[in-house]
Design a protein around this ligand. Sequence first.
Ligand code: PDD
Length: 277
Amino acid sequence: NYVIFNGNIIERSEANVDIEDRGYQFGDGVYEVIRVYNSKMFTATEHLERIILSAKKIGMELTYTVNEMKELLTQLITKNSLEHGTIYMQFSRGVAPRNHPYPPSDVAHSFVAYTKEVARPLANLENGVKAILKEDIRWLLCDIKSLNLLGNVMAKQEAVSQGCYEAIQHRGEVVTEGSSSNISIIKDGTLYTHPASNLILNGITRRKMIEVCEKDGIPVVEEPFSLNDLNTADEVFLSSTTSEITPIVQINEKQVGEGVPGVLTKRIQGLFDAAIE
Ligand code: PDD
């Protein structure tokens, strides 16, 4: 099993993180999760452009181009004979004596990537999942895919401890996103999802979903929607790289619609499947 460590492909057992890596001490860095289907990365360009942008937003100028990263990741997929799975990759601001200000700009970023075999979540796609509601207590730069995930982790844990798959977060009355996914609702044949702003991660799956809906003539409204809209929605689903388009059939104690995946959700799943192939 091989990993990318600071630009080289090495055995995982040879990779060592320094105890003063800023990613480790401050969560000072950015990451991506990319899906691999049939040994090929799905929407790689979008993910790699996003990590460059996330880095830029925290004052890190990555030294790799999209194509250089693509090249390395493709080599890693081949080396690990990965067919269906994910790539996790992250850049931290590097290794320096612990001190809050950024280290000098000649300190090299730490770049790590590894692969994992993951099957498509067929049972969840078919049957849907349950979710809880959770006040969104995270910071105000949720558009950055940063290593600081404590708010997300705590929200997810609360969902899991209640036997649920996801926590649907809201700031007051406004629904933002899941702990590791974006949230959309269907009302009277129209899809509503929170606009790309500082309050959510602009998911690549979300963008693909909007693209296939618009092509198929399903109206999409990128506007904030309320808890009341969520509670009275015909259909609710989440989207992410690993969960794809997963129906949400129950929120807290209340069924969504008939308590089974909705008609339009299934249609969007089909459109998404076609985009994968
Ligand atoms: N999570 N919102 C948050 C907070 C996320 O962490 C994610 C992805 C998404 C969906 O983004 P995308 O469609 O680009 O995967 C939305 C990844 C998969 C993770 O942290 O594992």
